[in-house]
Design a binder for this molecule. Structure first.
Ligand code: PGA
Ligand code: ZN
Length: 434
């Protein structure tokens, strides 16, 4: 049992220099928790609403109302009350805002309170956050396999390339530490190849290189060359993961690749991605078609679901209802879990458990607008979900999350890392990469 002494919201600033909501929760027993709301740029249309003030100041992005919702609505309703655990606090948040997209309080207000409550309850039990999560949900903690961005594109690099995330995964590494080492080599190899060819223009929103490529294939070729430059054979220990984020360049089954000045329908997009799956060592693909194209998602899954991880992000927005529907419908085989897409920890975990029960992979993920908050590292470890997507290998709001996993690995030991298997011996490798 915990008794809430104070809940205080304040405005802080995220990695893009936008305002966001931070919440401190102090319990009567002296334990305390703090969390900060992240923010997306390529948002799904059905995700929890970030309450922003609008108007001309701060590009309409101010969060005075959301902070006031914490201090003037949530705090008075909760302070002095006794709760059994963080889930009971989440239930109280949901009672204050039962709307599906958190329109009343703002998802940025609810997620900061929910995560701060998770931290405070863990502190009250004198447990590290990951341990509290593992114990509460009766999970076996493990160190996740990261998806790490090498080039940024789409909404994170002013659409300089159409595809949003060109990432690597290193399932063949023996420890999380080794993943970091290999990633660092690949990241800088990619940067030097791009610089030599005059293809490097800076750093994108999530820390990946901001590329100047002529085609999406040039990005894939460069990524393969970068992996090879480090002495790795692509597809052996290191493979490619893509977030197509197709909702950003598609509408009603019509897709427009601006980079190549090319328009295509769903069938042509699926064929093009299928060609990439044949030509490159890709083991994971996110939002291959738009969120408004469920038939396309089902067709893509029917054709490639036995050889590649197909993640729904904008399509599923961490919603338990949408994940249930997609399982039934046969679209996707994995789900991205972003707590702020749904608004509370309880709901995000519920969605993850639904997906896992259906044999899906759950991938805990950051947003493109992030902060020093490392809650998601603990969430992925505590749930033992197996994968974590945080952005690139650059900028402290990203590195803080990777570094937190290294600290937890020191406690759990290298054996707790879920990787360590050459890709050829994994399910996707057996079916595809040999
Ligand atoms: P975001 O997108 O900009 O909405 O955080 C990240 C992603 O698509 O995974
Ligand atoms: Zn995505």
């Amino acid at each position: 049992m915990v008794v809430i002494k104070t809940i205080s919201g304040r405005r802080v600033w995220d990695s893009r220099g936008n305002p966001t909501v931070e919440v401190d929760i102090l319990l009567e027993n002296g334990a305390y928790g703090r969390a900060i709301a992240p923010a997306g740029a390529s948002r799904g249309s059905r995700e929890a609403i970030d309450q922003r003030d609008g108007g001309s100041a701060l590009r309409g992005m101010n969060v005075k109302k959301a902070v006031a919702n914490v201090n003037e609505i949530i705090a008075p309703a909760m302070v002095g009350r006794t709760f059994s655990d963080h889930a009971a606090i989440d239930a109280a948040i949901l009672a204050l805002d039962p709307s599906p997209m958190k329109q009343t309080l703002g998802g940025n207000a609810t997620v900061a309170v929910s995560l701060a409550a998770l931290h405070a309850v863990a502190a009250a039990k004198s447990k590290p956050l990951w341990q509290h999560i593992a114990d509460h949900y009766q999970r076996t903690a493990s160190i996740p396999l990261p998806e790490i961005q090498i080039f940024g594109g789409g909404a994170h690099a002013e659409r300089r390339v159409d595809i949003q995330d060109f990432m690597i995964m290193v399932p063949g590494a023996k420890s999380f530490d080794e993943v970091m080492e290999i990633t660092s080599e690949v990241y800088f190899a990619a940067g030097s190849i791009m610089a030599e060819k005059g293809r490097l223009s800076g750093i994108a929103d999530e820390g990946g290189w901001w590329p100047v490529f002529d085609s999406n294939e040039e990005a894939l070729e460069t990524l393969v060359a970068a992996i090879e430059k480090t002495g790795e054979k692509p597809g052996e220990r290191v493979a490619i993961s893509l977030d197509i984020a197709a909702s950003e360049f598609g509408n009603n089954g019509k897709y427009r690749l601006a980079l190549e000045d090319r328009e295509m329908d769903t069938e042509a997009l699926i064929d093009m991605l299928g060609d990439w799956l044949d030509a490159y060592p890709i083991i994971s693909i996110e939002d291959p078609v738009g969120e408004d194209d469920p038939e396309g998602m089902r067709e893509f899954t029917r054709r490639y679901g036995d050889r590649v991880q197909i993640i729904g992000d904008d399509y599923l927005v961490t919603s338990n209802e949408l994940v249930k529907e997609a399982i039934e419908f046969g679209a996707c085989n994995s789900v991205l879990i972003k707590v702020n897409q749904i608004g509370t920890v309880t709901e995000a975990v519920e969605t993850f458990l639904t997906a896992e029960k259906a044999g899906w992979q759950g991938v805990v993920s950051a947003r493109s607008g992030e902060t020093e908050d490392v809650s998601i590292s603990h969430l992925s470890v505590g749930l033992g979900c197996g994968q974590l997507k945080v952005g690139s290998f650059n900028r402290s709001e990203r590195m803080a999350k990777w570094n937190e996993c290294l600290r937890i690995q020191d406690v759990l030991g290298a054996d707790a890392f879920v990787g360590g298997t050459p890709i050829a011996n994994t399910w996707w490798g057996k079916k595809y990469l040999k």
